[in-house]
Ligand binder design. Structure first.
Ligand code: ZN
Length: 101
């Protein structure tokens, strides 16, 4: 194996010596999780989901595209805040409808 400059820090190696060790370790954990296999909410198959954009995920098996966490397809946080978030969205929609009148 050739000499690797990023052997210890993994994908966070692209940040060089910047931003501090703690935050770069976190990046390594998050990015390795992002690249691992996740369960598709549509076809339930455990697959390597493609991240199309910030929070947008695509299943290569069934072609299903869905919104998820910014860095991982499904987050524990996302599941717990979802009902409240959706309620807020509905409130916002109601406001827009009112202003449109
Ligand atoms: Zn799928």
């Amino acid at each position: 194996m050739p000499y690797s400059h990023t052997k210890i820090v993994g994908p966070a190696g692209r940040y060089g010596a910047r931003y501090g060790m703690g935050i770069r370790r976190k990046i390594t954990i998050i990015e390795s999780k992002q690249r691992s296999r996740h369960r598709c909410p549509s076809c339930r198959s455990l697959t390597r989901l493609e991240r199309l954009a910030f929070g947008i995920w695509h299943c290569p098996k069934c072609g299903f595209t869905f919104a998820g966490g910014a860095w991982v397809p499904q987050t524990v946080m996302g599941k717990t805040v979802m009902p409240k978030e959706l309620r807020e969205v509905e409130i916002e929609k109601a406001k827009w409808r009112e202003t449109a009148k």
